[in-house]
Design a protein around this ligand. Structure first.
Ligand code: AMP
Length: 213
């Protein structure tokens, strides 16, 4: 199985039977353990390495590799994917959550996929600054902005390779406050715990009719 990433010119079809890791989503799309729902145009799966408490991927059944293949022809499909994502998050089990819906500017896996991710970022699979920045910088392209791009320009205007690299290298910053830890484990171990405690403390105070602020 090739260990390297498939490069620009290499169409994933060529590797379809090789079990290349970057084609993993195609397999998962057929695995009932991961399928959340499906319709004539899309399949929704659970992300196998979720980066938050809830992390889904909406994939088209049409064989589209990534955002670079998107043209005006796909507007209806993109709108449908956006709608599926928005409906998904209305489920009662997501009631207390806020979600982000969007695409990575440079996806690592084949078959176009729309991330639907709760913004708690609470997961043992979220281990690195790259993981963090891929959801908390302009590397994460909002589904609504992608739609605007395609409607206006007939294609998705993607950030350059250099810009993507810069987004990945941005200093860490909490997405909910100004905390700027040097290393990701610090953000995860100290800050999120603090958040959790603060949150619980706030609930207790509220219960007794007092406000924390
Ligand atoms: P990206 O290509 O960067 O937009 O993200 C790919 C997403 O697919 C990541 O969130 C991974 O955790 C997830 N992933 C990787 N391999 C699999 C797999 N075999 N099945 C389901 N999800 C996967």
């Amino acid at each position: 199985m090739p260990k390297r990433k498939l490069s620009e010119g290499e169409h994933p079809e060529k590797f379809k039977t090789s079990g290349h890791w970057s084609l993993g989503l195609l397999k998962t799309m057929e695995d009932p353990k991961f399928i959340v729902q499906s319709d004539n145009l899309t399949t929704v799966i659970k992300d196998a390495y979720p980066k938050a408490e809830f992390h889904y991927l909406v994939l088209p059944k049409q064989n589209l590799s990534n955002l670079k293949e998107i043209t005006k022809e796909h507007i209806t499909l993109l709108e449908h994917m956006d709608r599926v994502a928005k409906e998904l998050i209305t489920d009662h089990k997501h009631k207390s959550k806020t979600f982000k819906i969007g695409y990575h500017a440079e996806a690592s896996m084949f078959r176009l996929h729309l991330h639907v991710i709760s913004d708690d970022m609470n997961s043992i699979c979220l281990k690195t600054k790259k993981h963090w920045n891929s959801f908390n910088s302009d590397f994460f392209l909002k589904s609504s902005d992608i739609l605007l791009d395609v409607k206006e320009h007939g294609k998705v205007i993607l950030p350059s390779k250099d810009a993507c690299k810069k987004y990945m290298e941005l200093p860490l910053k909490c997405h909910k406050c100004d905390y700027k830890p040097k290393k990701y484990p610090r953000l995860k171990k100290t800050h999120f715990k603090t958040f959790e405690i603060k949150f619980k403390y706030r609930l207790v105070l509220l219960k007794f009719g007092r406000c924390l602020d």
